[in-house]
Ligand binder design. Structure first.
Ligand SMILES: Cc1cc2nc3c(=O)[nH]c(=O)nc-3n(C[C@H](O)[C@H](O)[C@H](O)COP(=O)(O)OP(=O)(O)OC[C@H]3O[C@@H](n4cnc5c(N)ncnc54)[C@H](O)[C@@H]3O)c2cc1C
Length: 497
């Protein structure tokens, strides 16, 4: 028994080392009772909930990184460490998923905006945000942003400690539903049998699973293929909303964090809605969130250095987007001698956009450009590593082309929100042990749009658990569970399974 425990501990240690270096890869098992494919929020949460009930779970992740669209990049600059979230980064505790999980895991959090405004205030019209508790992010003991993937890693640590297994670089290529009610998961040339599986897959990898796809009713395939973004002019006056090829974040590292050191500018955005950035003569759009990037100071507002988020939008542009190394790698880094001219251009653009602020304070603009630019580029066209693609439909008269209710938007007669959610949650008509949860599987009226949130994927995972017979865990808010997992509310992201 002791030697079994020792070898188990050794196996887990090796897995943790593999996880931290990004190296892979343990041989795949022939059988796993409960599986999750994809180590994003929903896949790891599903495995975590199962592990808490004593199940031995396997997680299969196609890349050498956990987190998916939650991507925390840690880097050392001199002898200091900074963590940047180039994907997902914050939550409102009113979103009990993931709020209650983060609480359960005991991670320290801080208000995203230092002055802690109600979450709803951060979403100007026409956005519609149901939550008020101020947005928060996970921080380390020092109070610095620790990276949102900390929570996913926290769940994984517990899964591994309870005997679960994580397999990296296990790219799912097919799913075969067997007559025995078992499921064969095919990873290139290797196969794993399982009794139940949650597929935490975005649209493109899900639709590429040929055997599963050929088992699905044509109606379900049509739903899975459906992507829409209606822009009714009543809600988005012409020119007020541009939907570009990607959702991109960009952070510039300044040794002199001038927004702290000279402007005392640490809260809010510039311009007022940074999602609509300032177009500069350099051809580089600039939209700043003063508080977002990690900054270190010797004393409050003195001798600060760190990262400034200079762009976060879907606006069409090439300067930041061209830094993405490939479709499969959203993280791009620009630094060193060869980057000097580009960094100089970026600085000129940032200075042009912020000139009125310096003028107002009668402060000279800094000459020294940033020494590094870090971007996260999330494709919106469905290739490579994508930003979530959803169905935003509109019944509004002012929608170009006329009202576009869900059934028309997807070309599926009679389609309702409930049918969409339930059909994709359990896509195979005869195998309810094949479940699907991901931020891509959302259909809602565009008037209720409030962005992309891990909550959407976690609710799907929790509904899948409910459908498999697992009830509410004691630590998850009861009212929230009843409303969002068991309840039905028109136009809200809830369903009855
Ligand atoms: C720029 C940006 C900012 C965001 N900000 C926030 C925020 O602040 N707060 C928030 O809550 N949400 C935010 N979101 C949304 C958030 O990222 C997602 O809702 C969240 O990460 C949930 O992920 P998921 O469970 O849908 O899985 P995903 O993140 O989509 O993960 C899927 C996983 O499956 C793996 N995979 C894919 N194909 C295969 C295959 N064939 N075989 C094996 N594995 C495979 C992928 O590698 C990945 O790890 C943001 C998203 C973006 C892009």
């Amino acid at each position: 028994m002791l030697s079994r425990l020792r070898s188990m501990a050794l196996f887990q240690l090796i897995q943790l080392l593999l996880l931290s270096t990004g190296e892979s890869v343990a041989p795949l098992p022939e059988f796993c009772e409960v599986s999750a494919v994809g180590a994003g929020w929903a896949g790891v949460y599903f495995a975590f909930r199962q592990a808490l009930t004593g199940k031995k779970v396997c997680i299969f992740e196609g890349t050498d990184r956990i987190g998916g669209r939650t991507y925390s990049h840690r880097m050392d600059i001199g002898d200091e460490t900074f963590t940047l979230d180039v994907g997902a980064y914050r939550f409102s505790p009113d979103m009990h998923l993931p709020g209650d999980v983060i609480k359960l895991l005991g991670f320290k959090t801080a208000c995203y905006e230092p002055n802690c405004p109600p979450a709803s205030q951060e979403f100007p019209e026409p956005f519609h945000f149901n939550y008020t508790a101020p947005l928060r992010r996970i921080v380390d003991a020092e109070g610095m942003p620790a990276g949102y993937v900390t929570a996913i890693r926290g769940m994984l640590d517990q899964i591994l400690a309870s005997g679960g297994q994580l397999f990296m670089e296990a790219n799912l290529t097919d799913v075969q539903a067997l007559h025995s009610q078992e499921v064969r998961l095919v990873f290139d040339t290797r196969a794993v049998l399982t009794k139940s599986v949650l597929l935490n897959l975005p649209r493109a990898p899900f639709l590429s699973l040929q055997s599963l796809r050929s088992d699905l009713p044509e109606r379900t395939v049509q739903m899975a293929n459906c992507v829409k973004f209606d822009v009714p002019t009543k809600f988005f006056p012409p020119g007020s909303f541009t939907l570009g090829k990607s959702l991109t974040k960009a952070y510039a590292y300044y040794a002199d964090a001038w927004w702290h050191n000279h402007l005392n500018q640490t809260v809010g955005q510039w311009p007022e809605n940074a999602f609509e950035p300032v177009n500069t003569s350099e051809g580089i759009p600039i939209g700043i969130h003063w508080n977002d990037g990690p900054v270190r100071c010797n004393a409050p507002l003195q001798g600060c250095r760190g990262f400034l988020e200079v762009f976060y939008s879907t606006t069409n542009e090439d300067f930041f987007e061209d830094l993405r190394p490939s479709d499969l790698q959203p993280l791009g880094i620009l630094k060193g001698k060869a980057a000097e001219a580009k960094l100089q251009r970026l600085h000129a653009a940032v200075m042009e956009a912020t000139k009125p602020l310096f003028q107002k304070k009668s402060v000279a603009q800094p000459k020294e450009p940033p020494s590094m630019l870090v971007v996260g580029v999330w494709d919106r066209t469905g290739h490579g590593f994508t930003a979530p693609t959803k169905v935003y439909y509109s019944k509004d008269e002012t929608t170009p082309g006329g009202p576009d209710p869900l059934e028309k938007a997807c070309g599926v007669p009679g389609l309702t929100d409930k049918e969409y959610r339930d059909s994709l949650l359990f896509p195979h008509p005869d195998h309810k042990q094949i479940m699907l949860a991901n931020n891509d599987w959302v259909a809602q009226p565009v008037e209720k749009m409030f962005g992309d949130w891990a909550e959407e994927s976690l609710l799907q995972a929790e509904r899948a658990l409910h459908g498999s017979g697992l009830g509410r865990p004691a630590w998850l808010d009861e009212d929230y569970y009843n409303r969002k997992v068991l309840g039905i509310a028109e136009g809200d992201i809830v369903t009855m399974v």
